[in-house]
Ligand binder design. Structure first.
Ligand SMILES: Nc1nc2c(ncn2[C@@H]2O[C@H](COP(=O)(O)OP(=O)(O)OP(=O)(O)O)[C@@H](O)[C@H]2O)c(=O)[nH]1
Ligand SMILES: [Mg+2]
Length: 105
């Protein structure tokens, strides 16, 4: 199984790009799954599920979304395996501002 991580600030266009790309990949025979990680709320799962793509949602709440993603990568891979997926796409809100500021002083 291949795993692709798409990270970026809120509203950057991650889901829009993914919907476009995933339509093509499905036509080419891939069986994708998506794990969507956000802080408090998301309805991106509805957009992916419209394409028939099984989607797992994780809300990091007061934790940095990227750190939450790392801690839960195993669960996401397990989810993809239960769907017999050959492509797991993780869409994450990226580093929180606290972690970003520490990484880029
Ligand atoms: N003008 C323009 N608008 C875009 C483009 N891509 C996305 N948008 C718009 O930007 C908004 C957010 O796009 P999304 O794809 O939902 O962005 P996102 O990064 O997945 O957002 P979150 O998951 O909420 O963090 C939507 O209203 C899109 O229609 C683009 O290339 N150009
Ligand atoms: Mg999105």
């Amino acid at each position: 199984m291949k795993m692709v991580i798409v990270a970026g600030t809120p509203g950057a266009g991650k889901t829009s790009v993914l919907i476009y790309a995933l339509k093509h990949l499905i036509k080419k025979g891939f069986n994708p799954t998506v794990a969507k990680i956000d802080c408090l709320y998301t309805d991106d799962n509805l957009r992916f599920e419209k394409l028939g793509i099984p989607t797992l949602v994780g809300l990091s709440k007061d934790m940095c979304p990227d750190h939450f993603s790392i801690y839960n990568t195993g669960e996401m891979i397990d989810f993809a395996r239960t769907q017999s997926s050959d492509l797991l796409v993780i869409e994450t809100a990226g580093l929180c501002h606290r972690c970003y500021c520490r990484a880029m002083p």
